[in-house]
Design a protein around this ligand. Structure first.
Ligand code: AKB
Length: 356
């Protein structure tokens, strides 16, 4: 059963007066129990967010109700053995629609994407995966009436965006291919909502820190590497300069953001794609200082990577996430201190390394 459809709601499209709003501009009602009963598809399930989100969704909605899909990355044993897994290629629409049809999917968490540094090295690949992949998912969602969560990023901002307290609605003129695909993706998702009634939602993730799966090819990867190296070598060479402030977030908060947003009542949402969300704004030396409190011998030096430094310099120092707080109750749990404690504890167990 699909959720009730309301027709005639003023949709915000330029051509829509509210009075004359026709069935092009329909919107799904708030998610109800029926939505929770529908199967969930996760693309990019073997990736940094996907590998953890899939397991949390399986715990919440049942293993058989969450279909994990990946492209090239081999899924780990837990992911593979805990529920359905399929290899698909989002740039090939049939591979997406076959899984959606087979399992009668109602909600898609579309996480398959190329990150910023790799995107800058291979812009054609990034366009293909990030844009064609998203377009295909949206088309399948339109046809089979699925809801879609897809992450945007701090990368959707650029050098002319206000650097501090970056507003929810502001200038978005990124100068990277990653940023171009993220802004275009936000607009495309909004378009599918207004034009076809597809219930699309998304957040602008900051750099994400996790101990389970490594990120692959992002600008904020340093903030994960630093913990691995602190435990393994007690030293780290950072590729971003001192004073490079960026928004970061610990993975449990990132998973909570995705699930809470998808469970939020539609009536409260003034925005959809995509909400600023953040948990902390930090520079490399702030993380180093926090690590030093637990591993006093830890040292950090710098060897700047011009590509990633330029990307980081074009991104905000800190975002204003008040729209997310107001519209669906966003509230992170971890700050730099609690994240660092947890990362070091969990990672030293994982790496079987005693830190003292
Ligand atoms: C990246 O660095 O590319 C990502 C992001 C902030 O979107 N972690």
């Amino acid at each position: 059963m699909l959720p009730k459809v309301s027709i005639g709601r003023h949709c915000g499209a330029l051509s829509c007066s509210g009075m004359s709003c026709n069935s092009w501009h329909r919107s799904w009602a708030a998610p109800n129990e029926d939505v929770k009963m529908q199967k969930i598809l996760v693309t990019g399930a073997a990736g940094q967010i996907g590998s953890e989100l899939t397991m949390v969704l399986r715990e919440k909605y049942g293993n058989e109700n969450v279909i994990a899909t990946g492209h090239k990355t081999k899924p780990d044993k837990t992911l593979l053995e805990s529920g359905p897994f399929h290899f698909i290629d989002c740039t090939e629409i049939n591979t997406v629609s076959e899984v959606v049809k087979k399992y009668k999917v109602g909600t898609v968490y579309h996480l398959g994407a190329i990150l910023s540094a790799v995107a800058e090295e291979n812009p054609q690949l990034a366009w293909n995966v990030n844009m064609i992949g998203l377009y295909n998912v949206l088309e399948v969602a339109r046809k089979y009436k699925c809801r879609v969560f897809t992450p945007s990023s701090i990368g959707a901002f650029g050098p002319t965006t206000p650097l501090n307290k970056t507003p929810q609605d502001t200038i978005q003129r990124p100068n990277t291919m990653y940023g171009v695909t993220k802004v275009a993706g936000e607009l495309l998702c909004d378009y599918y909502f207004r034009r076809f009634g597809v219930d699309t939602r998304g957040v602008r993730y900051p750099g994400l820190i996790s101990y389970k799966t490594l990120p692959g090819g992002g600008t904020t990867d340093y903030a994960v590497e630093i913990y691995y190296e602190a435990i393994k070598q007690k030293k780290y060479t950072c590729y971003l300069k001192k004073g490079t402030y960026l928004d970061l977030m610990y993975m449990p908060d990132a998973l909570k953001a995705a699930i809470d947003l998808m469970e939020a009542g539609a009536a409260r949402l003034k925005h959809r794609n995509a909400f600023n969300v953040t948990a902390m704004s930090v520079a490399p030396e702030n993380i180093a200082a926090e690590i030093k409190k637990i591993i006093p011998e830890f040292t950090m030096d710098f060897k700047i990577d011009p590509l990633r430094q330029a990307i980081a310099d074009s991104w905000p120092n800190n975002m204003d996430d008040s729209a997310a707080r107001e519209e669906w109750g966003w509230q992170p749990e971890y700050d730099l201190e609690s994240m660092t404690k947890d990362m070091i504890e969990k990672l030293s167990q994982k790496l079987k390394t005693k830190i003292h």
